[in-house]
Design a protein around this ligand. Structure first.
Ligand SMILES: [Zn+2]
Length: 342
């Protein structure tokens, strides 16, 4: 792969649509926050914590993810975490970010919902003011918990509904099908929130179908297992339902053995609308541009693919038509002009 395509991937304007803010906590920040808040960590050093990042599957990752989140206590902690992600995203030419947060991870530890959302939201406002980078929050329910607990979280969240635009579903997929949350998603839909769900990452294609038909989601997070079901793949392509794919995450969590085995190119060939995202970048070995580079190197994708993926990221975003057009124009200007320095 030439340096040219690397430069294009690094410099092109893009949106990130699948990033868990708690998954952007780097070991250095975890240690700094632990010290600030006098939280005892079971790791002696940053290096030891980094070494513990050798997960074998989704569950072993989630165990360390929740341990890392335990250092977040004050509004400033949530601000600092979000600010650190936004700085990296800005450097990667992310113009718009839709960020997941997991309030249940924090409210279960006694942290107020307000502490969490106010800190994250303030960082988004600062990014808008400083870099003209837009952002929005999607509140996720943890699917290993009950639907009753999701309802209780929604109740806590509603006084802050001007600070988030959508609802998602994340955490351990297997054994927790989307339909477990049918009633709470129905209520969120009535309330006018955008809806997404993780489906078809480790779970079967049937979870993608029920996310669409029972939860009425507008995008599928991951969704790469759809290829096991030809009719479903055709439906996704026909209905232009975007998948938010996270290549490095898929390798780290062994959804595929290695990047050349990733089915991304096959999904593109099948006409499915794809986007590239980082998922939990601190834990999975890279931010959004690292994901683009690893994917393009392994699958020999082209400049035309890069342009399409940049366009898809904005087309699939939950932004109004004018904002969408503004960003699509930025993509076109980039590829039609000389901005990549080529
Ligand atoms: Zn995810």
């Amino acid at each position: 792969m030439t340096d040219n395509i690397h430069t294009i991937l690094r410099q092109m304007p893009k949106a990130e649509l699948h990033i868990h803010i708690e998954g952007s906590l780097e070991p250095e920040l975890i240690f700094a926050l632990a010290e600030r808040n006098r939280v005892e960590l079971k790791y002696a050093s940053v290096e030891e914590l980094r070494r513990a990042y050798a997960f074998t599957d989704l569950q072993s990752f989630l165990d360390i993810y929740y341990a890392g989140a335990s250092v977040l206590l004050t509004e400033q902690d949530f601000y600092d975490m979000t600010r650190a992600y936004l700085q990296r995203a800005h450097a990667d030419k992310v113009r718009h970010a839709e960020i997941f947060f997991d309030p249940q991870t924090h409210t279960e530890r006694g942290v107020e919902f307000a502490t969490c959302i106010n800190g994250i939201h303030r960082a988004l406002e600062d990014a808008k003011a400083q870099w003209d980078m837009s952002g929005a929050l999607i509140m996720c329910f943890l699917r290993h918990l009950s639907e009753e607990e999701a309802f209780a979280t929604l109740e806590l969240a509603l006084p802050y509904r001007d600070k988030f635009i959508g609802i998602g579903l994340d955490s351990s997929e297997r054994g927790h099908p989307p339909e477990k949350f049918a009633r709470v998603f129905a209520q969120c839909r009535e309330l006018g929130f955008h809806l997404v769900a993780h489906a078809g990452e480790e779970g079967p294609p049937a979870y993608i179908s029920t996310a669409l038909d029972v939860l009425h989601v507008e995008r599928i997070d991951h969704g790469v297992r759809c290829l096991d079901d030809a009719a479903l793949t055709q439906r996704l392509a026909r209905e232009k339902i975007a998948l938010t794919v996270c290549p490095l995450s898929n390798i780290k969590l062994r959804v595929f053995d290695c990047m050349p085995e990733h089915n991304f190119a096959k999904l593109l060939d099948a006409g499915v609308t794809l986007t590239v995202n980082s998922d939990d970048p601190a834990y999975f070995g890279g931010y959004i541009n690292d994901n683009f580079l690893a994917l393009f190197d392994a699958l020999s994708l082209t400049q035309e693919h890069a342009r399409q993926l940049a366009r898809n990221s904005f087309a699939a975003a939950f932004i109004d038509t004018a904002a969408k057009q503004k960003y699509l124009d930025e993509v076109d200007a980039f590829f039609d002009g000389d901005q990549a320095g080529r």
